[in-house]
Ligand binder design. Structure first.
Ligand SMILES: [Zn+2]
Length: 196
């Protein structure tokens, strides 16, 4: 459920049973390790955006019944300006194309529905607790798209790498407050240990 690798394949790990995550299903291509981690780094830090298509195609293969609404995690605009692009937008756009080619059900892609409300410190090097504090009220749902999210039965949220899950969890809470019923997390990698 949380997507963490377990020794034997299982639906829910111990953590999910005692403290279930606020999402319903996490779908990923694999663990954060080579060769996947290399492609993600090239996409993120070397602007090799063409990797977004390949990664999105791999992820799309894992998704049996796509959610009718697709959202993606934004970068803060200042970091966005500095980096010049948002790798999540490329991933989300490519994933959206892969999924719509395959399914008959129209998918509503809302890349600007989630906005960052404040500059958050880089998550790297922070422990789980510090991450949670760092992310507190870091996101807002854009009022423009609220009507499209209100009481939605099924929404998917895309992020490139899910580590502790605190970023996606924060957004899940916002979506559930708006009556969203089921939230799937789509990510390229699930990193069981924090990436330092
Ligand atoms: Zn779990």
């Amino acid at each position: 459920m949380c997507g963490v690798n377990t020794v034997t394949p299982m639906e829910r790990c111990g953590q999910c049973i005692t403290d279930p995550p606020p999402w319903d299903k996490l779908i990923c291509v694999g663990e954060y390790q080579a060769p996947l981690s290399g492609f993600i780094q090239k996409l993120k830090y070397r602007r090799q955006v063409w990797h977004a298509k390949e990664l999105a195609a791999l992820l799309a293969k894992q998704i049996e019944s796509p959610a009718p609404v697709l959202l993606s995690i934004p970068l803060h605009w200042r970091r966005h300006l500095w980096r010049g692009f948002n790798q999540s937008d490329y991933l989300a756009e490519s994933l959206y194309q892969c999924l719509t080619e395959r399914t008959q059900v129209p998918i509503c892609f809302l890349p600007k529905a989630i906005t960052r409300s404040k500059m958050t410190k880089n998550q790297m090097g922070l422990n789980r607790r510090q991450r949670l504090i760092n992310l507190k009220k870091a996101f807002l749902l854009s009022p423009k798209y609220l009507t499209k999210l209100q009481d939605q039965p099924h929404v998917a949220l895309l992020d490139d790498v899910v580590t502790t899950g605190s970023t996606v969890a924060e957004i899940c809470v916002l979506l559930k407050e708006k009556g969203v019923q089921r939230i799937d997390i789509y990510c390229i990698c699930r990193a069981s240990r924090p990436i330092l």
